[in-house]
Design a protein around this ligand. Sequence first.
Ligand code: PLP
Length: 396
Amino acid sequence: MHGVNSSLRPFGATIFAEMTRLALAHDAVNLGQGAPDFDGPEFVKEAAIRAIRDGRGQYARMTGLPELNGAIAERFEKTTGIEIAPETQTVVTCGCTEAIVDAMLGLLEAGDEVILFEPFYDSYPAAVAMASGIAKVVTLQAPHFRIEESALRSAVTARTKIILVNTPHNPSGHMLDDDERQLIARVANECNLIVLSDEVYEELYYAKPHRSLALEDGLRERTVVLSSLGKSFSFTGWKIGWAIGPAALVAAIRAAHQFTTFCAPTPLQVAAATALRAPDSYFTDFRCEYKRKRDLLAEGLRQCGLAPIVPEGSYFILADHERFGFQDDFAFCRFLVEKVGVAAIPPGAFYKNKQHARTLARFAFCKREDTLGAALDRLQRLPECARHYRSTAREA
Ligand SMILES: Cc1ncc(COP(=O)(O)O)c(C=O)c1O
């Protein structure tokens, strides 16, 4: 029988599909997948509708619509102060997910090593495998999820080509601090490595502003920043993403992009250009709203006996459930969706060494406040349900 090839077979189906299926089957409030249950802004939708009506229905330029490449460069300069040439230093992709795969396909030779930090977004190791690379995994320890110099250095070998970082971080919400960013810069500069910096949650920070890796000493010449429209404008289904970096590295990503998807949907690229030129007030209001949601969920989780690790950025909260005595994160999340009626993600999905996730669950707060309220109402029953569940499990 023919089937999935050996590089992809180990990855199976993503946990997001499985938890969404369970959420539907048990009529649970879904705080699992990181997709908003509300729509993005009207002015962006209107721009897409106008573009469709105006007949912008054919393939876009392979590297991106000029107006979007320009808007990406403008926004990047506004947030980092770094001036880039949109024509050679940006490429538009179908979401950040495609940019990650294109970067691996375009930059790696077979057998090259990529340093990943676990917990990682689950597409990273699959993208490395698709490009015949080798993932070297460095574990970030809860609750701080900081990058330790000794762990990072011991993962670097003569075959290392890329360090892939994600800040603000999914699933922990950790944002790299000055020491961690400088550490990455030192190691990348000393060992001549490329830094891929996944900054899709760049607009979602709550304590200190996000700072791009491209700003560190020596990194501008070796860093590709990846981002997308999905998180910052609540259009995860539009799948408009991009990469920004030195022309030679962007050329490598374009070399793969031209044969993976060739171009992202034209009318959505037109609308993305409008979105990125939104007034500052859009971004501040967006952050304020998310901070309110974060605080509401963190407090609610605490009240029902979980121990939330309050995130500095992103729209996820990891919470420790150890006191409820479940065997692992999968057992807890299965119980939660079936018996309490709330779906969360078992973060083992983000680890190679799954035991590190044993006492954690990931809750998404990119939800309407009434959805968060409904989830918290149900979670009040958690201590009682867990007691009952344990006592019936003992008797069985
Ligand atoms: C860290 C990280 N990178 C990339 C992505 C994917 O982004 P996109 O939907 O633009 O492909 C996600 C989505 O959840 C993510 O959490």
